[in-house]
Write a protein that binds this ligand. Structure first.
Ligand SMILES: Cc1cc2nc3c(=O)[nH]c(=O)nc-3n(C[C@H](O)[C@H](O)[C@H](O)COP(=O)(O)OP(=O)(O)OC[C@H]3O[C@@H](n4cnc5c(N)ncnc54)[C@H](O)[C@@H]3O)c2cc1C
Length: 481
């Protein structure tokens, strides 16, 4: 793959333009983009687009940043697609001219996963139409945020079965990583609730796929970290929505009693939603099981039946509208984002039998500042997770442990220290049979990815060769270099 530089003419056009400068040609001699085709003999005209390909400084800087503010790889252009055809056109163009391409949803990765240094970033925000809300399904563009989809489905009395804790994420970005939330204990991941997809493969082919039509591609793309195709449209499953959420916060004196209660609650799926939080206190940590029942009055949950055998030390119960519950952290995240704090997150899946010992050791070495506030810890049944490239430990119950670190005030040395801590905590997780949920900031090598995919690695590599043979797509995941 050739290293490309943006042409001086294009940089000047970008730097001086108040509006985004639209690219019209590619200059193979100088390996850069041109904003005026006339001026460069031999320039290759960029095929006609319904949207725009821009090279201005601001657009490229935004595409070289994400929620983590740690990795910055600047693309030489940003595509704002006006159609699916635009995405296919640019991917084919990239194949022809040795460029890398990454789709960027909301850029909520923390370690450059949606970046394409020296390549083209496709900004999916211009592809954000909700096409149809039917009974039991919705057809949406990849750039739609879950927040907007859920508002629209609730107006029709329906909801996606599972939601992430934060709703300001794109459909395409979450379906490329997996998508986990409290209702995963009932319905699996977001990727387990997709009925069909429209994608553009690494060769620029627009393809529809589903469990029965091109199933190999369908299952590869869901949780495939953008390696095989760009998701442009998804048909996602909907179920009838309850109106109300009853939230149970059950507090425990120690980790072992909290995880024991979580295992009991997971086993009979008594809650509609099951998560858990560890929060630093003055003397150590607090341990809270978070269970939620979704219901529509006049029916009501039986509080005693739900919590008596979970034996919490104390309990808080509160009712709220279903939508308010799903959208509970949106405002907080918006406030945090404004601070632009480095976010060296780590998210790992642990096998049940290793969880208590691993987490105990990790908490002992984690200061409140290192944790970045709340630590999430909750179990899911791995039998509900059906996509082959979403890797979790080989255990019927696995726990997600998420340290959503934020470095405040921003400090480069501290950020790098925490990335090194992530690496060592990742190694320890792997040593006990764990995997990582790939949205965090862990420096990984190709052998690490091989370990991550385990017996699925040959299939993962074969899918790459089949659907993206020139390794054009999604370099920021650093799987294939
Ligand atoms: C505040 C916050 C809360 C979060 N909460 C949760 C949670 O509860 N559960 C959970 O599972 N995750 C959670 N995440 C992680 C989040 O799901 C991932 O970071 C997700 O990738 C972000 O979506 P995005 O639209 O920002 O994707 P981006 O960061 O833009 O992209 C992520 C990856 O997907 C690729 N990609 C993006 N769009 C497409 C597409 N259309 N087709 C193919 N590949 C694509 C990108 O190239 C990149 O590799 C959270 C993140 C944040 C910042």
């Amino acid at each position: 793959m050739r290293k490309l530089q943006i042409s001086r003419r294009a940089v000047l056009a970008g730097a001086t333009a108040t509006a985004a400068a639209t690219v019209v040609a590619f200059d193979p001699a100088n390996l850069g983009w041109l904003t005026s085709a006339d001026a460069a003999p031999g320039a290759i005209r960029v095929p006609d687009l319904d949207g725009e390909l821009v090279v201005d400084e601001e657009s490229r800087a935004e595409a070289a940043d994400d929620y983590g503010h740690i990795v910055h790889r600047t693309p030489i252009a940003v595509l704002r697609p006006g159609s699916v055809r635009d995405i296919a056109t640019i991917i084919r163009f990239a194949n022809d001219h040795g460029l890398k391409v990454a789709m960027r949803g909301q850029g909520h990765s923390t370690y450059g996963q949606a970046q394409a240094g020296g390549g083209v970033v496709i900004d999916s925000r211009t592809l954000a139409t909700i096409h149809r809300i039917g009974t039991g399904h919705a057809v949406v563009d990849a750039g739609v945020q879950w927040l907007d989809l859920i508002k629209a489905t609730l107006a029709a009395g329906q909801t996606p079965p599972v939601a992430t804790d934060y709703l300001g994420l794109s459909i395409g970005g979450t379906l490329s990583v997996g998508g986990i939330g409290g209702a995963t204990s009932h319905y699996g991941l977001l990727v387990d609730n997709v009925l069909s997809l429209e994608v553009v493969t690494g060769t620029g082919e627009i393809v529809r796929c589903s469990p029965s039509v091109r199933p190999g591609l369908f299952h590869a793309v869901l949780g495939g970290l953008g390696q095989f195709a760009v998701i442009v449209r998804a048909t996602v499953r909907l179920i009838p929505a309850a109106t109300t959420a009853r939230v149970y916060h059950l507090f425990y004196p120690d980790l072992a009693s909290m995880t024991a209660a979580q295992r009991t609650a997971l086993a009979d799926r008594r809650f509609s939603y099951l998560e858990g939080q560890l929060a630093p206190t003055e003397t150590g940590w607090s341990y809270m099981l978070e269970g939620v029942m979704y219901y529509t009055p006049p029916a009501e949950p039986d509080d005693d039946a739900l919590i008596a055998d979970l034996e919490p030390a104390s309990t808080e119960i509160v009712d709220m509208p279903y939508f308010d519950w799903l959208n509970r952290i949106y405002d907080l995240v918006q406030q945090l984002m404004a601070l632009r704090l480095p976010g060296p997150w780590i998210n790992v899946f642990l096998p049940d039998e290793a969880t208590d010992a691993y987490v105990t050791e990790l908490l002992a070495e984690t200061t409140p500042a290192d944790a970045g506030g709340v630590v999430l810890l909750y179990p899911v049944s791995s039998g509900l997770l059906g996509q082959p490239f979403v890797r979790v430990p080989d255990s019927p119950v696995v726990f997600l442990l998420a340290l959503l670190r934020a470095v405040s005030p921003p400090d480069e040395a501290e950020t790098q220290r925490l990335i090194a801590v992530n690496r060592s905590q990742y190694d320890r997780a792997v040593a006990v049979g764990g995997t990582h949920y790939p949205v965090g900031a862990i420096p990984l090598t190709e052998p690490d990815w091989k370990t991550h995919y385990g017996d699925q690695w040959p299939a993962f590599r074969a899918a790459k060769r089949k659907y993206d043979p020139r390794n054009v797509l999604t370099p920021g995941q650093t799987i294939f270099r």
